[in-house]
Design a protein around this ligand. Structure first.
Ligand code: ADP
Ligand code: MG
Length: 486
C-alpha cells in the first residue's frame, strides 16, 4: 500500500458523459461491499441507461433481478453513486431484456472483475496424535453447529453434543447407526472437532475401520502388536467409522476388543458408527454386548423441511446464492439421502464456477436427469414399491391434476377459461401427450370435445412455460413423479 488517502478526496470531480465508465466506477466501489457471487449474479448484464440530473436510471436484464435490487441493493448503490458523483441523489431501475449477454450494451462483469481469490476453505484442523497412530485429519467443515437437526437425527446430534461437552461421561460408548449419506461421519468428526476445540491437547483418533484393520495387519506383519497396543492406550478419544466392516476379520475384532476395553476402563470416550444397529452386526457377541452397554442413536432420512434447511445451510457454506424456489425443487425431488442432496448442489456450484450461470429449476432438473439416467437402478436403490406399479392412464393423470390444483374434473373438461382452470387443463393435456403419447385428437375428445389444434396450442403453451416459469416446471415435475411417469 503506497497511499491510504482516499482517492476521491484528491481526484478532480470526473464528469461522466459516458455512462459505461460511470457505471464501472460505481461497480468498482460496490464490488468490495458484496460477496462475490452476489455481485456477479445481480450486477452482470447491467448498465446505466440514462441520467436526468440527480437521477440515475440503471438498466437490469430481468424483472427478478430488479426485485433483488429494490430489496437489497438500492441503498448501497445510491451510496456508492454519491461517492463517485455527489450530484447523484436518486437511483431508479428499468428492466431491459435486451441487456442480457449483450456485450455492446452491458458490462462484462467477469472480465472487469476477475476472480482474485479462490473460494476460501477453513484451515485444516491439526489432530494431535500419539506417535505412530493413524488418524485421519478431521474435516474442519464438519461441525456440530452446521449439522441441521430434524426428527431424523435429533437424538444422535444431542448425544454427540453431550459427548463433546463431557467426553467419557454417561454416553460411553456412543454408537450411531443409519444408512449411507445420512450424516454419521459428519457427526463423528464434528464431535472430534468440538472436543479438540475445547481441549486442544486431547489425543483424538478418528479412523475408519479399514484404517484400523490395516494397522493391525501391519503390526502382525512386522510383529509389533505390542507397540500398537501401547500406542492405543494413549488415546483420549477413539472414533471408529463404519464398524460393520469388521465383520469376518477375527483378528482385528480381537484387537479392537482389547483396545476398546482398555480405553473404556480408563474412562476414555469411544464413538462408533455403523450402517446397522449393534444386534444386527455380524461381529462377536462380546463386542456387540459392549456396544449395547452405551448410548445408541440412529440417523434416518430427513423430511422435506430438514432437507430444505440442509440445502440452505450448504449453499451458504459454498457462498452460492440460489433462489429459494430452486432449493425447494431440489429438496422435493431428492429424497434418498443427504449426500445425494449435496451432490446436486455441488454440481450446481461447478456449473456456476465454470459457466457463471446461476442454477435454475431447469438447469437443476437437467443435472438430476443426468445423474439418474438409469431410473431403474435408482428405483432399486431407493427400494420403491413402484416396480410392479401399473403405468398411469389418462384418467390417473386427470385425477392427479384435479387433486393437485383442487379443480374438479368437470371443470377441467368444461369450457371455463379462468386461469385456475385453464392451467391445470393444459398441464393435464401436456402430460397426456408428453408422457402417455396420447394423440391430440383423442385428448381433444376427452377434454370436452375440443378441436385437436386447441390441444396442440395448449401443449405448446405448457412446453414454453416450462422453459421460463419455475413454478410450472416444478408442478409438472411433481405431478409426473407422483404418477411414476419419470
Ligand atoms: P454417512 O457417514 O452417514 O454416510 P456423511 O456424514 O458422509 O454420511 O454425510 C454425507 C453428507 O451429508 C456430508 O457432506 C454431510 O455434511 C451432509 N449431511 C448429512 N446430514 C446432514 C445434516 N443433518 N446437516 C448438514 N449436513 C448433513
Ligand atoms: Mg460415513
Amino acid at each position: 500500500m503506497t497511499s491510504s488517502v482516499s482517492s476521491s478526496a484528491l481526484a478532480p470531480q470526473v464528469t461522466h458523459t459516458d455512462f459505461t465508465s460511470l457505471w464501472l466506477a460505481i461497480l468498482e466501489k460496490l464490488s468490495p461491499e458484496l460477496q462475490r457471487t452476489e455481485f456477479i449474479t445481480w450486477f452482470r448484464d447491467t448498465t446505466i441507461l440514462g441520467r436526468e440530473e440527480g437521477k440515475v436510471i440503471i438498466g437490469l436484464p430481468l424483472p427478478m433481478v430488479m426485485n433483488w435490487h429494490l430489496e437489497k441493493f438500492q441503498a448501497v448503490t445510491l451510496e456508492k453513486c454519491k461517492e463517485v458523483d455527489s450530484a447523484i441523489t436518486q437511483v431508479v431501475y428499468k428492466v431491459d431484456g435486451n441487456l442480457k449477454d449483450n456485450r455492446d450494451r452491458s458490462i462484462d462483469i467477469l472480465e472487469h472483475f476477475p476472480d482474485q481469490k479462490r473460494r476460501k476453505l477453513p484451515g485444516k484442523q491439526e489432530v494431535k496424535m500419539a506417535e505412530g497412530l493413524v488418524s485421519k485429519i478431521l474435516n474442519p467443515r464438519y461441525l456440530i453447529e452446521n449439522f441441521i437437526v430434524g426428527s431424523n437425527n435429533r437424538l444422535a446430534q444431542a448425544a454427540c453434543a453431550a459427548v463433546a461437552s463431557s467426553p467419557g461421561g454417561k454416553y460411553n460408548p456412543l454408537f450411531l447407526y443409519g444408512g449411507v449419506g445420512l450424516g454419521k461421519t459428519h457427526l463423528l468428526q464434528a464431535t472430534g472437532n468440538a472436543i479438540l476445540q475445547r481441549n486442544p491437547r486431547a489425543t483424538v483418533v478418528y479412523a475408519t475401520t479399514e484404517d484400523f484393520t490395516n494397522q493391525v495387519v501391519e503390526a502382525i506383519r512386522t510383529q509389533k502388536m505390542e507397540n500398537l497396543r501401547r500406542r492405543y492406550r494413549q488415546v483420549d478419544i477413539l472414533i471408529i467409522d463404519d464398524i460393520q466392516f469388521l465383520a469376518n476379520k477375527e483378528r482385528t475384532q480381537e484387537e479392537f476388543f482389547h483396545t476398546f476395553n482398555t480405553l473404556y476402563e480408563a474412562g476414555k470416550q469411544i464413538i462408533i458408527s455403523s450402517d446397522r444397529p449393534p444386534d444386527e452386526l455380524k461381529l462377536e457377541d462380546r463386542l456387540v454386548s459392549r456396544f449395547e452397554r452405551g448410548m445408541i442413536a440412529d440417523v434416518s432420512v430427513p423430511d422435506y423441511e430438514t432437507r430444505l434447511a440442509i440445502l440452505v445451510e450448504k449453499s451458504k457454506e459454498y457462498e452460492l446464492f440460489i433462489d429459494m424456489s430452486v432449493l425447494q425443487f431440489i429438496a422435493e425431488h431428492t429424497t434418498k439421502n443427504v449426500r445425494e442432496l449435496e451432490g446436486i448442489l455441488m454440481q450446481a456450484v461447478a456449473q456456476y464456477e465454470l459457466e457463471q450461470r446461476m442454477p435454475t429449476i431447469k438447469s437443476i432438473a437437467d443435472i438430476m436427469s443426468k445423474l439418474n439416467k438409469d431410473p431403474h437402478v435408482q428405483e432399486q436403490e431407493v427400494g420403491f414399491e413402484s416396480q410392479d406399479r401399473k403405468k398411469a392412464t389418462l384418467q390417473d393423470v386427470m385425477e392427479a391434476v384435479s387433486k393437485y390444483y383442487s379443480v374438479s374434473l368437470d371443470d377441467m373438461m368444461g369450457t371455463s377459461r379462468v386461469r385456475e382452470v385453464l392451467l391445470p387443463r393444459q398441464i393435464a393435456m401436456y402430460i397426456g401427450k408428453q408422457h402417455l403419447a396420447i394423440s391430440y385428437v383423442r385428448l381433444g375428445e376427452v377434454f370436452g370435445n375440443r378441436d385437436h389444434t386447441t390441444v396442440m396450442n395448449s401443449c405448446g403453451k405448457i412446453e414454453k412455460k416450462i422453459q421460463g416459469d419455475h413454478n410450472v416446471l416444478r408442478e409438472v415435475h411433481t405431478l409426473t413423479s407422483e404418477l411414476g411417469l419419470r
